[in-house]
Design a protein around this ligand. Sequence first.
Ligand code: GUN
Length: 274
Amino acid sequence: MAIVMDGVSLRNHILDELRARVEKIGLHPKLTAILVGDDAASHVYVRNKEKYAAVAGIETDVVYMPANVDTETIIAKIHELNADKSVTAILVQLPLPAHIDTHAVLNAVDVNKDVDGFTDANIGRMYGAGHGFIVPCTPRGILALLDEYNIDVAGKNAVVIGRSNIVGKPMAHMLLMRNATVTICHSKTPNIAEFTRNADIVVAATGKIKITGDMLKPGSVFIDVGMQRDKNGKLCGDGDFASCSAVAGFITPTPGGTGPMTIAGLMMNTVDLA
Ligand code: GUN
């Protein structure tokens, strides 16, 4: 039976440490989120971010915009927040409505307030300089979780399933920077099990592809970033927990694994920016 990696405990511990750091240095971090439209999941995510920011001593504000807002209006708001000295971090909740130019919106954020690391400048720093920049919250949180369980990825086979700019691509690069041998699989990969069965670490982040225990190598680390609903409508990950936990050595639960670690990554980024 796999060891279940407890993202909730580690998130709580990280938030306590951040609060101590904020108070000791006398920082005034303020995270402003922009939330466009009425996607129910996005509203839940932003409420969660507000709740846990408060625990870490981070002030928050949310700018709500209607679903029919245009790109220029969002960018004008971001320019206002860039100029506001009280705001130290800006987050644009994704996804934005289809008619919005997401790339233009993300790149309007001042690179020094880019808490998600989604500006081209921060993406470039990650692949280029390799240090001194903000990296996306979910991969950052996952690395913290691997560290907590003393999992060293150097020389290991790591398979990342999913190639999004939010999780898959930065995760693969960050594992590579830690000297893992990294393969990226995605929806067009014909036989994902061929890769995952040889993997010491699997990070699943598709929300679509289902991973079962027979696809994993015994004793491997299974990190589940997926968000799916099971046949009873219950929230679950990309992995079938029962069969995967019978084969893996370490596994993240859903909920309670990578979700709280994304919050931890966001709050670490926010305090770093402040
Ligand atoms: N939507 C899903 N994940 C994320 C994230 O990490 N940051 C933002 N801003 N939006 C998201």
